[in-house]
Design a protein around this ligand. Structure first.
Ligand code: SF4
Length: 451
């Protein structure tokens, strides 16, 4: 007997970054269009989909462990089909097919739109493997089912990367830069606004390069101005900017467009000249310092987030100390750290002077500790001041709502806990800050924002 899709329940587990989450939401949209129903518990699912990340060692480990754990439901629960999609499938299709026979279908990063035939084939008892070249597929081409239920949504503006940092496998997994047409992005943003989304979070591997391939020049400033015209959208947030492409036009848009938040995420990875050169990153510490100075001069309340890699091959103690000194000097509002991961197929993996794991950990802990103190001090400066907060829902404590200010990107930064009676999700309120910790703030409601 062949069951209609509405009798078939699907559980999708999305691992990795927010760009992967957008792909997951497209798969959910495609399945919903065919009538499939969804469950959050894998034991209740007929079909389990694991959308994987394969970027660094920790992500690969998490993905493989999840696949194995989900495979157990094929023997014990009602699951009849286990489908693996995303970066790990793209990178290790042969190994996964060989080592994990419980997998029924593999879909690469350019093939996730084939999820419906994959589900149909596997439920009919046939294995399938759709792994082509990493071709960009954007939500505008297909339906997308938002999975997070909050007032924010990620908006994917490009896929792939042309930068070829020596440690990074992304260009192999996601291909070269492939920008999404502006009209298509604006159309999706308008549709998101109609659904009640208040904040757009722009994502790509390198957002500052947006448009180079389609329009012959970086076109992010133009795109931002168009998005800022959309009624209902109150905040537009920019992630993953490449430092040497942060143009004066982009700074001008941040300054002039009130909806474009005074928040930027600029992954810097390191500051030592020799390490940056070996990373194949085309900027210097002096250029980075000048960019931050300019941003702070032109936009005094700018929040700058960055990430660094510690323990890159050949990073000496002196070079690591240089990174710590820079952190102490520049005092980023937000900084995240990655322990270098030796990824096969990347130039840096073959560098002879790999840093021992234990040493990498020590450096990671030292950088985290320093940044925690900076972050706590930066937060303390907000005591007694007012911030606008986008309400996400009820807080864990009775009588508190939880939300984020312009200083906090969803999922990666802190939260603001607001002593307030019921405030509906998606409203923007003014909050006076009454308490601070390393990452989060507490406050009391002062009124509605003008937005
Ligand atoms: S810019 Fe980012 S995605 Fe592109 S190669 Fe460098 S680290 Fe990888």
């Amino acid at each position: 007997m062949v069951l209609a899709p509405r009798h078939i329940s699907v559980c999708l587990i999305s691992l990795g970054c927010n760009k992967n989450l957008v792909d997951s939401e497209v798969m959910l949209g495609l399945l919903e269009r065919e009538g499939y129903s969804f469950v959050t518990e894998p034991e209740e699912a007929d079909v389990i989909i694991v959308n994987t990340c394969g970027f660094i060692e920790a992500a690969k480990k998490e993905a493989v462990e999840t696949i194995i754990a989900m495979g157990a439901y094929k023997g014990q629960g009602r699951c009849r089909s286990l489908i693996v999609t995303g970066c790990l499938a793209q990178r290790y299709a042969d190994e996964l097919a060989r080592e994990l026979p419980e997998i029924d279908a593999l879909l690469g990063t350019g093939d996730y739109h084939r999820i419906v035939p994959a589900v149909e084939q596997t439920l009919a008892g046939r294995h399938c493997c759709f792994i082509g070249p990493p071709q960009a597929r954007f939500p505008g081409q297909w339906p997308r089912l938002l999975s997070q239920g909050g007032p924010s949504a990620y908006l994917k503006i490009a896929e792939g990367c042309n930068n070829h940092c020596s440690y990074c496998v992304i260009p192999q997994l996601r291909g070269p830069l492939q920008s999404r047409p502006q009209d298509d992005i604006v159309e999706e943003a308008q549709a998101l606004a109609k659904l009640g989304i208040k904040e757009l979070v722009l994502v790509a591997q390198d957002t500052t390069r947006y448009g180079e391939d389609l329009y012959g020049k970086p076109s992010l400033p133009v795109l931002l101005r168009r998005l800022a015209r959309i009624e209902g959208i109150c905040w537009i947030r920019l992630l993953y900017c490449y430092p040497s492409r942060f143009s004066p036009e982009l700074i001008q848009v941040l300054r002039e467009e009130p909806k474009v938040l005074n928040y930027v995420d600029i992954p810097l990875q390191h500051v030592s000249k020799r390490v940056l050169a070996r990373m194949n990153r085309n900027q210097t510490k002096e250029e980075i310092r000048a960019l931050i100075k300019r941003l702070r001069e032109e936009i005094p309340d700018i929040t700058i987030r960055t990430t660094f890699i510690v323990g890159f091959p050949g990073e000496t103690e002196a070079e690591f100390a240089e990174l710590l000194d820079f952190l102490a000097e520049v005092r980023f509002d937000r900084a995240g750290f990655f322990v270098y991961s030796q990824e096969e197929g990347t130039p840096a993996a073959a560098y002879p002077d790999q840093v021992p794991e234990r040493e990498k950990r020590i450096r990671y802990d030292a950088a985290m500790k320093l940044q925690q103190a900076i972050s706590a001090e930066k937060n303390r400066q907000w005591l007694g001041k007012e911030l606008e907060v986008l309400v996400e829902g009820k807080g864990p404590e009775e009588g508190f709502m939880v939300g984020r200010s312009y200083r906090d990107a969803p999922e990666i930064d802190g939260l603001v806990y607001v002593a307030a009676p019921e405030v509906s999700r998606g409203r923007i309120i003014r909050v006076r800050i009454t308490g601070t910790s390393e990452y989060d703030l507490r406050g009391e409601i002062r009124g509605e924002s003008g937005q």
